[in-house]
Design a protein around this ligand. Structure first.
Ligand code: ZN
Length: 178
């Protein structure tokens, strides 16, 4: 005799856990459209993954930059990855509060940014000087020199500023603090 397990709460929990775990693994493959080396997991924008009562998978995200057109692309990519992985019903909920800060970037994400030639955020969002837009001394991601200058408040996108290294002469993007 095999006992019925359908109504067993523990087994239901396990099934939900399996679903959210496999969803999180799929999310680790979704990249930021602007910085393709970064996944949504690296960015830290996925706040929650849960299974609703009707079996819909809900993903709660907080946009990195409100008004950043890339966020729509990220939503589309998240949905595509999950549906490609067998999740038929996917709901993406955007939560604006608390607001995303660059503090949420994972260590892996910071290393990847540097390897990609983008200087990761140098200070935490608590640093008010960053909010006032004061130029900072940034380390060149190419050669490590601190002899750098800001060329433009806006780099290849509004989320980045453009810097130049005065030693190796290479320009680089700086992922702006938020
Ligand atoms: Zn350099």
């Amino acid at each position: 005799m095999t006992p019925m397990t359908l109504n067993d709460d523990n087994d239901e929990m396990t099934l939900n856990d399996e679903m959210t775990n496999s969803a999180r693994r799929l999310l680790e493959t979704v990249c930021d459209p602007e910085i393709p080396v970064l996944t949504v997991a690296d960015l830290g924008i996925v706040r929650d993954v849960r299974v609703l009562d009707d079996g819909t998978l809900e993903v709660v995200i907080t946009p990195t930059y409100s008004g950043c057109p890339a966020m729509n692309v990220i939503e589309v990519n998240i949905r595509a990855a999950l549906q490609g992985g067998g999740f038929e019903r996917v709901k993406i909920t955007t939560v604006l509060s608390p607001a995303w800060t660059t503090d949420w970037l994972s260590e892996v994400g910071r290393r990847k940014l540097r390897a990609f030639g983008i200087a990761p955020p140098a200070e935490t969002s608590a640093d008010k000087r960053a909010l006032l837009g004061e130029p900072r001394l940034l380390e060149c991601p190419h050669c490590g020199s601190k002899n750098t200058e800001m060329i433009s408040q806006f780099g290849s996108t509004a989320c980045k500023a453009l810097f130049r290294c005065l030693d190796c002469r290479e320009p680089f993007d700086y992922f702006k603090c938020h």
